[in-house]
Design a protein around this ligand. Structure first.
Ligand code: SF4
Length: 1017
């Protein structure tokens, strides 16, 4: 049932096989006043739709007849035109807005303003586009209740906005002044143009002397802003507007829970629209569709898969129109790289710009800022301009960037500059050889022998003019390389970057505000985020690559939609507004719920006339926590649409991409164009082709047994459970990490300094078997700074980095504080003092003989560990203590959990399989205790203890893990025997041939993994 079923009858009974715009073209030509077609204004949602509709009108015109085409425009362009203004660049708008704020509060710093100015501007735009009563909203915002809540928001505190809450009272004034200022110059921001267009139309209609505006036809619009709605409503009230929505009863019916129909249903009611062909036809339930839900293992495979699906589509029907739709625009480059050969796709069009942020040039600029922002400037605390010393990692990453490497190749080919031969390589080598941790800018310039590239990269930045100059030089140099390569996309990026820098240069030229590097970066990135690299192409090509928004009003025979996962389709619930949600809801401003409804409409509408649809989603299990579940739209297809359409074929597959040779073979194999073999290009998951899976064959098993016999530490075991492939790389293949400059105090080095300093401070008590008492502490505390410095020197000497340099110096201070705090806490820890230290940095070893299937002899599995400290308890038992410089929570050591405690066998299962921060630590404590009691030379008495001393949670004292579940869960009352059984189970798991060595499913584990390059993670 449609919302207004009693109105006009449908024009045709059968479901039209034409596209929506073809139907509209027919309707325009068939209308009784077709002769006045030229006087019509037809408004469509996008510029792309303008091109398509013009084409459909040309096709629909009877042969031999000439036609005066109506005026056809995209909605946004038309509103700006009706407003009679020019939309100003965002940079210039922000600077104007700042001037107004500054006039009200002369103390306002530009750096603070940059933090929220852009967002506020966007909010102004939204208010205007939705014709909001700004006075009332700003008053509401100024009320104490709203402000209280805002002050609690830590994010806003960092922007400095909390210091300007007084401004909320002034905001309306600022808004009015801003509008007035823009009006004087006939300028506007986008939302303001919409408001002005409505105001002008209202005034025009009220003026009886003016003729009525031309008749408007609004075509294929979806969710409208309030300004658009009002604009159309005003024209309708004078009979000057006809509306053709493209809808489907599947989601338009009154009781449909589908959000896709939310906006259209409302317009139907408000405007009392007739039921027409455009909304009556049952496209989704009444015509055949072949839909495939295709799951892939990771997001990066989607580009390649899209290419293969496209090839398949073209082979099946070379005349079909195909759209590859990318709800996630960052996939554009992978999709472009994965396109089939020109023989299959001779022509295609990209109807979306390439976001500057996904380009390699953006990455280069980002690395350049990283160099300057992570450097330090000694002697001028608080200043963030000028960085005389840069961090070696940032410098090395920058110098390794492909753009700079390409520049070096070009430079090496210049015969007249032999002094610069392999310049970047030489600088990198020098950094590694001399172990330069912090690189003085002067040193880098010296190494660069005056080359302009090195000067552009490492000259000190004292103001934004320096940054702009560096960018210009960089562009000029890189232009020499890419400018001569015909059609190089890099040359396009460079030109775009040049225009951005130029805009900023002009905008800041005559201004007195001093911008920090961070603020300048923010400003620049803001512009880069908005900038799109446009593509030229045949606009009506049969193959289109487009974003979901660009598909509005268009239809294709075959649609391939990527990223059909929650948080992409529909988009995430992210609120990009300074205004709290309740203000948006109260004043009916758009919220994420509206964004969801719009995405739903665009999605379902696109499916209406598509015969074949491929919906690609990333499998959540494979992508770990980052990939959302498959999109709710796919579930709606499965559980709502499919049962209602008997002609709908739905396939749900997990697929893998083909490697190039296989693809070529399959191209050759695929029968004629009528082929309906839908799986011909897709591999089932069992034939994984591009994943690293290593079988546990005899050679692998021998290697693994060797590792177990030589000694398995708790951390090695944790590594295996986290990612067996990483374990293989580091313990079996023994891959070396890249040669790198090592700083004294990386995470490892910092821990070593703390451990070694503590060991030396407590050594006399260990050697003399003397109890440590509270009376000994003052003397020990005095020795802490000197001991830390000594350890720092030792570390520094080993790694050739200066202990008092920059970050190292700071971390040394932190180490001193941690150790002091820890020692001071000892008297307060219940029952700890007097403390008898039985040993420090002691090796622990235990051997478990494990029965293996098919082997006559038991395998001696050796466990190894190193105890930071072993305490001799007064009752004869021992306690192994592990110092941790990281944070440890007491609750994570309770493996049973507290809310709904697990039973003992399930807790044992967690202990043997789970890879998490808590499980890793409990395993370590368990094995330490087991080794302590089973030590081959000095076994401790039963009932000994293992505990963690977290130096970040000193007040918590010693943290131990409840281990009673081990005896309870195994049914073996003796802790040592029960533990030996569990160690045997773990060993059998490691050696199980049915479990290949493979990548972890949890991408978070790959984040800091040194083997990411090998794994392509
Ligand atoms: S990158 Fe990830 S999958 Fe590869 S070895 Fe490291 S943790 Fe395992």
């Amino acid at each position: 049932m449609l919302p207004s079923p009693t109105l006009a009858a449908p024009l045709t009974a059968a479901v039209s096989s034409r596209s929506f715009l073809a139907d509209v073209a027919q309707a325009l030509l068939a209308a009784p006043d077709a002769e006045t077609l030229a006087d019509l204004v037809v408004i469509v949602p996008t510029r792309r739709a303008v091109v398509y509709l013009k084409n459909e009108l040309a096709l629909a015109t009877p042969e031999g007849q000439a036609l005066w085409s109506p005026r056809i425009a995209a909605m946004e362009d038309y509103m700006v035109e009706r407003a009679g203004v020019q939309v100003e660049e965002p940079i210039a708008l922000q600077l104007r807005l700042f001037d107004i704020f500054k006039a009200i509060d002369p103390d306002l710093q530009f750096d603070h303003f940059v933090g929220w100015g852009g967002l506020l501007l966007q909010d102004f735009s939204t208010l205007d586009q939705h014709l909001a009563d700004t006075k009332s909203i700003f008053e509401y915002l100024a009320e104490a209740k709203a402000l209280e809540r805002w002050q609690l928001d830590p994010e806003l505190k960092t922007t400095g906005l909390d210091r300007y809450f007084g401004f909320w009272g002034q905001l309306h004034r600022v808004y009015l002044r801003f509008k007035k200022l823009l009006k004087q110059d006939h300028l506007a921001y986008p939302g303001l143009a919409y408001r002005r267009a409505v105001q002008h139309l209202r005034a025009e209609l009220a003026d009886v002397k003016k003729p009525l505006p031309p008749r408007h036809v609004f075509v294929g619009l979806g969710g409208l802003s309030k300004a658009e709605e009002t604009f159309i409503g005003l024209l309708r009230s004078r009979g000057r507007a006809t509306i053709y929505f493209d809808g489907d009863p599947f989601y338009l019916e009154k009781d449909s829970p589908n959000r896709a129909g939310q906006a259209l249903r409302r317009y139907w009611q408000a405007w009392n629209l007739p039921v027409d062909d455009f909304t009556y036809q049952e496209h989704l339930r009444g015509r055949p569709h072949h839909l495939r839900l295709l799951g892939v293992a990771n997001a990066s495979m989607q580009g390649k898969l899209a290419g293969q699906l496209l090839a398949e589509a073209r082979q099946r029907n070379p005349d079909a129109t195909v759209a590859v739709v990318l709800p996630d625009e960052t996939l554009l480059l992978p999709v472009l790289h994965g396109l089939p050969p020109a023989s299959l796709v001779p022509d295609f069009n990209v109807t979306m710009g390439l976001s500057f942020q996904s380009t390699a040039l953006f990455n280069l600029v980002d690395l350049l800022f990283e160099v300057h922002l992570t450097g330090i400037r000694e002697g001028e605390p608080g200043a963030d301009y000028g960085v005389p010393k840069y961090h070696h990692q940032a410098v090395s990453k920058l110098l390794a960037h492909p753009f700079l490497r390409r520049y070096q190749q070009w430079q090496d080919a210049q015969a007249d500059a032999p002094q610069y031969y392999k310049l970047l390589d030489k600088i990198c080598q020098e950094i590694v050889q001399k172990h330069l941790v912090l690189l003085p800018a002067t040193e880098l310039l010296r190494l660069g022998h005056g080359h302009p590239l090195i000067e552009a990269l490492f000259q000190t930045w004292d103001n934004c003019d320096n940054i702009i100059r560096a960018c210009y030089t960089l562009i000029d140099l890189l232009k020499q390389v890419y400018g001569h390569e015909h059609g190089a996309i890099e040359a396009e990026y460079l030109y775009l970057f040049y225009t951005l820098v130029r805009q900023l240069d002009t905008a800041f030229d005559c201004r007195t505000q001093r911008l920090s590097v961070r603020s300048f970066r923010r400003f620049l990135y803001d512009q880069m985020r908005r900038t799109r690299l446009p593509f030229a192409g045949e606009p009506l090509a049969q193959v289109q690559l487009m974003g979901l928004l660009e598909t509005r009003a268009l239809d294709f025979d075959h649609v391939i939609i990527l990223s059909c996962n929650e948080n992409t389709l529909p988009p995430p619930k992210r609120q990009t507004s300074l205004f709290p949600y309740d203000v948006l809801a109260e004043y009916k401003l758009p919220t994420h719920a509206d964004a969801e409804a719009n995405a739903a409409y665009n999605f379902w509408r696109l499916l209406q006339r598509a015969g074949r649809v491929d919906l690609v989603h990333v499998l959540p299990g494979a992508e770990g926590v980052r990939a959302g579940e498959r999109s709710r739209f796919l579930r709606q297809i499965e559980f709502d649409l499919a049962p209602q359409n008997p002609d709908l074929v739905l396939e749900d597959q997990t697929v893998d991409v083909l490697v190039n040779e296989e693809l070529e073979t399959r191209h050759a194999e695929v029968p004629g164009t009528d082929s309906d073999d839908t799986s011909s290009f897709l591999l089932p998951p069992s034939q994984l082709t591009n994943d690293l899976v290593l079988a546990k064959d005899e050679a692998m098993l021998t290697g693994l047994r060797g590792v177990l016999e030589r000694g398995l530490s708790p951390s090695a075991l944790n590594e295996f459970l986290a990612c067996s492939l990483k374990f293989y790389f580091s313990r079996l293949a023994k891959f070396q990490e890249n040669e790198e400059v090592e700083e004294a105090l990386g995470a490892d080095g910092f821990g070593t300094v703390v451990h070694d300093a503590l060991e030396h401070l407590l050594k006399p008590f260990e050697l003399e078997s003397r109890d440590l008492t509270a009376a000994d502490l003052p003397a020990i505390l005095k020795r802490v700074p000197a001991e830390v410095t000594r350890q720092l020197r030792q570390e520094g000497a080993e790694r050739q980095a200066r202990p008092d340099d920059g970050l190292n110096h700071v971390l040394g201070q932190v180490a001193t504080r941690l150790i002091r705090k820890y020692l001071e806490s000892l008297p307060g820890q219940p029952g700890l003092l007097p403390l008898r230290i039985a040993g420090q940095e002691k090796d622990l070893v235990a051997t478990v003989f494990v029965d293996l299937p098919g082997r006559a002899t038991k395998l001696p599995v050796r466990l190894r560990g190193r105890a930071d400290r072993i305490d001799a308890l007064p009752d004869g038992r021992r306690r192994v203590v592990d110092y941790k410089t990281g944070l440890v929570e007491r609750r994570e050591l309770n493996l049973r959990g507290t809310q709904k405690p697990l039973n003992a066998p399930d807790t044992v299962a967690r202990l043997l399989s789970e890879s998490s921060s808590g499980a890793d630590k409990v395993r370590q404590l368990w094995l330490y205790r087991f080794m302590l009691e089973s030590d081959e030379t000095h076994p401790a008495p039963p009932g000994s203890e293992a505990a963690i001393m977290s130096l970040r949670k000193i007040d918590e004292g010693l943290l131990s893990a409840p281990l009673d579940f081990i005896t309870e869960g195994t049914g073996e009352p003796d802790f040592r025997l029960a533990s030996a059984e569990l160690v045997a189970r773990l060993a059998r798991h490691i050696l199980d041939p049915a479990e290949p060595i493979r990548k972890t499913d949890d991408l978070a584990k790959c984040e800091y993994c040194p083997y990411r390059g090998i794994c392509a993670r």
